[in-house]
Design a protein around this ligand. Structure first.
Ligand SMILES: Cc1cc2nc3c(=O)[nH]c(=O)nc-3n(C[C@H](O)[C@H](O)[C@H](O)COP(=O)(O)OP(=O)(O)OC[C@H]3O[C@@H](n4cnc5c(N)ncnc54)[C@H](O)[C@@H]3O)c2cc1C
Ligand SMILES: NC(=O)c1ccc[n+]([C@@H]2O[C@H](COP(=O)([O-])OP(=O)(O)OC[C@H]3O[C@@H](n4cnc5c(N)ncnc54)[C@H](O)[C@@H]3O)[C@@H](O)[C@H]2O)c1
Length: 450
């Protein structure tokens, strides 16, 4: 006999754990299943371990800049200790997430889930059924048409490396490549980024990404844009040879390690979605504003596995799960999510971005005024010997409201949250200028940005 639940959630990341917790709290019998140890990408193979690594990288960089200014002696960035420190955060995650779900009364399953029909899921030898389902299976590295694709390691593998060899090549010029490239370069490795498009970090304001490119090149990272990787060959002498094409010319790039940083796609292959009658693409399960799949309203999707039109980041994953549960439990129609969603690239300097970019404003003919300037001469950055700080603000010229903010600085992660609040609350240039900020802080510089 099949065990039956009100709700079965597939995937225990931010989206799945959030949905299951709300479901159980609202009195629905709830089961959750994961093919891997519980907790999903963010705390085990994504945001959090990455932030542990880049946090130490920042401390190292600050210490280097302040050497002779109160800091003396020799210090190094050391992968072995850094990885052990990172592991001390990731190792407890699976047990603590699963335990916490169980304590709430949620039934936890282990295994790869696949639909047998629109109401039945197969997990190993067991079949379980439910009235409603939530697909929250996340994303995985995109499959690319590259001969020798399997020679690339993924971001998951990077976190588990026992050592990092001397020459590291990143395929793709997005978040993953830039964050890891900054770390590898500071670990003293030769780093190359090969990017197919014209602009790396294409979703970022180009003026700011160009500034970050300058910093990245100053670290010794070699960046090739407009360059497509065609083939990766494992050399018998050791290492890899990449055959790349730029315009009509082919070149060779060599490395000891090749890392996939060329995008992620929804993780749906193993779910047997055809059996459930669900439509999906690489961007995820097609959903409506209530996060119901278009063809099966009792099957919902959230997070990286859903084609919601929002960025594939942790905060939208949690928000989508909360909203879908409001519909699943209370049949409450959900308004479209129109909030400003900030993104942060954890290089050093840190690149924070929210709202409209200049290229987007031009393309969509949105009126704008720009205030952009280097701010390294400000006390905040001067005292830390930080020479790269840059801020760009986009203003609506008719209302004076802030509509975009792009910050490259050691405070980029914090300032961008503040600017997100300002955009959400429709604050104007004079609102920001007239606030009284704690001094001396990165925020107390804001009135001088205009
Ligand atoms: C290296 C890296 C760094 C990142 N850094 C940041 C950051 O700094 N900030 C930020 O906001 N975002 C960051 N992200 C993105 C963020 O991690 C994701 O957007 C977020 O974790 C998505 O959560 P989710 O719940 O949708 O999916 P996930 O957390 O990926 O969870 C999906 C779960 O489903 C399980 N699963 C999949 N298929 C099946 C199946 N058939 N049966 C059973 N279980 C299944 C998986 O095992 C997994 O545990 C980063 C991502 C990566 C890869
Ligand atoms: N700080 C953060 O918030 C953070 C950090 C890491 C990952 N993430 C999430 O994970 C996702 C995946 O990260 P990512 O860095 O892999 O992807 P990305 O989408 O940030 O960038 C990948 C880039 O690789 C390029 N590319 C694609 N195919 C290529 C090829 N064959 N050769 C060369 N270049 C190619 C793409 O044009 C794209 O610009 C992100 O979109 C984001 O949602 C977020």
């Amino acid at each position: 006999m099949n065990t039956t639940y009100d709700v079965i959630v597939i995937g225990s990341g931010v989206a799945g754990s959030t949905a299951a917790t709300i479901s159980q709290r609202r009195g629905l019998s709830t089961a959750i299943v994961d093919a891997r140890p519980y907790g999903g990408t963010c705390p085990q193979r994504g945001c959090d371990p990455k932030r542990v690594l880049t946090g130490v990288m920042e401390a190292y960089e600050d210490a280097k800049r302040l050497k002779g200014k109160g800091i003396s002696g020799e210090f190094n960035l050391n992968w072995e200790d850094l990885k052990a420190y990172k592991d001390s955060f990731t190792e407890p995650v699976a047990e603590s997430v699963e335990q916490s779900l169980k304590e709430k009364g949620i039934v936890t399953y282990h295994g790869t889930a696949a639909f047998l029909d629109p109401h039945t899921l197969k997990i190993g030898e067991e079949n379980i059924t439910a009235d409603k389902f939530v697909i929250a299976t996340g994303a995985r590295p995109s499959l690319l048409p590259i001969n020798g694709f399997d020679h690339m390691i993924t971001s998951d593998d990077f976190f588990e490396l026992e050592e990092i060899p001397d020459r590291v090549v990143f395929v793709g010029g997005g978040y993953i490549s830039f964050e890891f490239a900054h770390l590898c370069a500071r670990l003293g490795k030769d780093v190359v980024i090969v990017h197919r498009g014209k602009h790396v970090l294409d979703f970022v304001d180009h003026e700011i990404s160009n500034k970050l490119i300058e910093h990245t090149k100053d670290l010794g990272v070699d960046i090739h844009t407009g360059t497509e990787v065609k083939e990766i060959e494992h050399l018998t002498s050791g290492g890899y040879s990449l055959r790349v094409k730029k315009f009509d010319h082919e070149h060779e790039i060599k490395g000891d390690l090749v890392i996939h940083g060329a995008g992620r796609q929804a993780n749906l292959e193993e779910l047997n979605l055809d059996e459930a009658g669900i439509e999906a693409t690489d961007d995820g399960v097609k959903v409506n504003h209530n996060f119901q799949s278009l063809s099966q309203p009792h099957i919902y999707a959230a997070g990286d596995a859903a084609d919601s039109g929002l960025k594939a980041l942790t905060p939208p994953a949690g928000e989508e799960a909360e909203r879908l549960m409001r519909h699943l439990v209370d049949a409450e129609e959900q308004p479209l999510i129109t909030s400003a969603i900030p993104s942060v690239v954890f290089t050093y300097p840190i690149l924070g971005s929210v709202g409209i970019t200049q290229q987007e404003a031009k393309e969509k003919r949105i009126p704008y005024e720009v205030q952009s300037r280097t701010v390294h001469s400000f006390f905040t950055y001067k005292r830390m010997n930080d020479e790269g700080a840059y801020v760009k603000l986009m203003i609506n010229p008719f209302t004076d409201e802030l509509i975009g903010a792009h910050v490259l600085s050691s405070h980029g992660d914090h300032l961008i949250n503040l600017f997100t609040a300002a955009i959400e609350k429709k604050m104007t240039k004079s609102d920001l200028r007239n606030m009284l900020w704690g001094y001396p802080t990165a925020e107390s510089d804001i009135p001088s940005f205009f």
